[in-house]
Design a protein around this ligand. Structure first.
Ligand code: URA
Length: 239
């Protein structure tokens, strides 16, 4: 598999693109023992041995990112009409071809995981694993304790599907609007919006705040992302 030398070093933790280009130009990098000074040279990551100051570079196979998804972007890698969350990812992080793990609607904001670890992705999205997802919701209706019971029992949505039990926690409620948190263990298309539609309500704001035990980093503004910590990656790998 051929990769650009500078991308490879960025992804292996040797610094930003600008920093690795500098160390390449300073002739600190060798490919199969030969000094190189062109950052754009291509390397076969299966065959070539790359060293920085004599230390062998260990290639990273996977990338794990957490994004605070903004509204107006679709959870896809390509789209004919809309901007995609991948457009918000820097080239050096795109190099391993990550993709969104599951989908948030175009107008939903909050925690979106992005990775290229296909096995992990398959496991965390499997309905058998019942991975919990937590959302903050604003809805244009009055919520009361009877709704909590109906969510717990399982709401039947427009196509006749009876949702799995969900936890509804009402934060505040008036005649016109309520704010609440919901924990789901499944992810049907537009599920939360359709759950409230079953009561005649419209969701006016939807934000995912937690995925499994991974909590949205409050330091991330909408549109920003960061690499997962080792602990967060281990949470995903243990699912
Ligand atoms: N439920 C929805 O309706 N939309 C989302 O993006 C996620 C859950």
């Amino acid at each position: 598999m051929m990769k650009r030398l500078d991308n490879l070093l960025v992804n292996s933790g040797y610094g930003s693109r600008r920093e690795v280009q500098k160390i390449i130009r300073q002739k600190k990098v060798t490919i199969n023992g030969e000094v190189v000074n062109r950052p754009a040279v291509h390397v076969d990551i299966l065959k070539d041995e790359v060293c920085v100051l004599g230390e062998k570079v260990v290639y990273k196979e996977f990338v794990y990112l957490m994004m605070n998804k903004p509204a107006g972007f679709v959870s896809a890698t390509h789209d004919k009409f809309d901007r995609t969350v991948l457009e918000l990812i820097d080239d050096e992080d795109k190099f391993l071809d990550p993709y969104p793990i599951g989908r948030l609607d175009k107008d939903t904001v909050g925690l979106l995981l992005i990775s290229n670890d296909g096995n992990m992705c398959h496991r965390v999205l499997s309905p058998k694993r019942h991975v919990e997802k937590k959302y903050f919701v604003k809805v244009d209706m009055c919520l009361n304790s009877s709704h909590i019971e109906i969510f717990k029992d399982g709401i039947t949505i427009d196509d006749g599907y009876k949702c799995k039990p969900a936890i509804l926690n009402i934060l505040n409620s008036s005649e016109e609007e309520s704010e609440c948190e919901i924990i789901l263990t499944e992810g049907k298309f537009h599920q939360i919006k359709r759950m409230f539609e079953a009561f005649g309500g419209n969701v006016t704001y939807l934000k995912r705040t937690k995925f499994c035990e991974i909590v949205l980093d409050e330091n991330l503004n909408e549109g920003e992302y960061r690499h997962l910590t080792d602990d967060e990656v281990n949470i995903l790998k243990s699912i």
